[in-house]
Design a protein around this ligand. Structure first.
Ligand code: HSE
Length: 307
């Protein structure tokens, strides 16, 4: 029976100016998944370590995503899925995306690679739909493709991989409160003023340009969000103070990671990133909120095969 063990990475979606269309892949934060063929023609979630998540296939994002790829392949092959969840649910760093993308990646491998990484995105999006009610691709695309991904359009789905400036580092603070993506989407306004839209697409265009030209300073100045951050940041304890601390310590830019509560600071080089990380730590440890802090490079490859 075929088996594969993978590392499925966390991701930072939106990156301030790219709500639902932009995301990047982290290198050292992620789940471990083991997927093996079974002979019972069923997808089964056989073990979940580290989180209390549904074991029922139809209610589990990995199960739903795996079912989606197999139904397109018209295959009755069964798989057992074990997930060691290191990314907490409701953290804002793509927990559901890691499970969904990992499941479709592994099933695709064990089925002999019938799909390319890009073609796997819609199957993984089925998991996101189950988790948040919305099939957004800005976490699953970078998890599958690595680096930075831009969702050019959803209908039809078109995702573009963008270059990764090598010196970029990401500091992620995860205050240990849970914010469900479904809830933090429900508070967003459904319409946007032309004035704000102009600022937003100006920043998004500039950010894409900065990635191609490796203009770190422009990249940082483009990490601005006129539309979502003002609404969602009220859910994140000490957001304004954290943003100020990141800027004072040399971060290129700072914002909400995905739907929060995690926040991210983009930095150039390890030295600045370490400084930003320690100053955020210093500030947050005096507050009555538990937290986790990560410092990661951008992962250019996405999901990794461990064995
Ligand atoms: N773009 C999605 C949102 C990402 O912000 O709701 C969720 O991680």
């Amino acid at each position: 029976m075929g088996q594969i063990k993978i590392f499925s990475p966390a991701t930072v979606a939106n990156l301030s100016c790219g709500f639902d269309v932009l995301g990047c892949c982290l290198d050292n934060v992620g789940d471990i998944m083991t997927i093996r063929e079974n002979d019972v023609q069923e997808i089964r979630i056989t073990k979940i370590i580290g989180q209390n998540l549904p074991m029922e296939t139809g209610k589990n994002v990995a199960g739903v995503a795996a079912k989606s790829i197999l139904s397109t392949l018209k295959s009755s092959q069964g798989f057992d899925i074990e997930i060691e969840k290191k990314i907490k649910a409701g953290s804002g760093i793509g927990s559901s995306a890691a499970s969904a993308a990992g499941a479709v990646f592994a099933v695709n491998k064990l089925m002999g690679d019938p799909f390319t990484a890009s073609q796997l995105i819609p199957f993984a999006m089925e998991g996101e739909k189950l988790a948040s009610g919305n099939a957004h691709a800005d976490n699953v695309a970078p998890a599958l493709l690595g680096g930075f991904s831009l969702v050019k359009s959803y209908e039809p789905l078109e995702v573009i991989s963008l270059p990764t400036p090598e010196e970029l580092r990401v500091v992620v603070l995860h205050p240990l409160i849970e914010i469900k993506t479904r809830d933090s989407r429900s508070i967003l306004r459904q319409s946007v003023s032309l004035e704000k839209a102009i600022k937003q697409w100006g920043n998004l265009g500039a950010l894409i340009s900065a990635l191609y030209t490796r203009d770190y300073e422009l990249f940082g100045r483009s990490l601005q969000d006129e539309i979502v951050e003002p609404v969602r940041s009220i859910l994140i304890p000490y957001f304004d103070e954290l943003k100020k601390i990141a800027a004072e310590n040399g971060a290129l830019g700072f914002g909400i990671s995905g739907s929060g509560p995690s926040v991210y600071a983009m930095c150039r080089g390890d030295e600045v990133a370490e400084k930003v990380k320690s100053s955020i730590k210093e500030f947050y440890k005096s507050k009555a909120i538990d937290f986790e802090l990560h410092l990661s490079e951008i992962n250019p490859h996405g999901i990794k095969i461990l064995s």
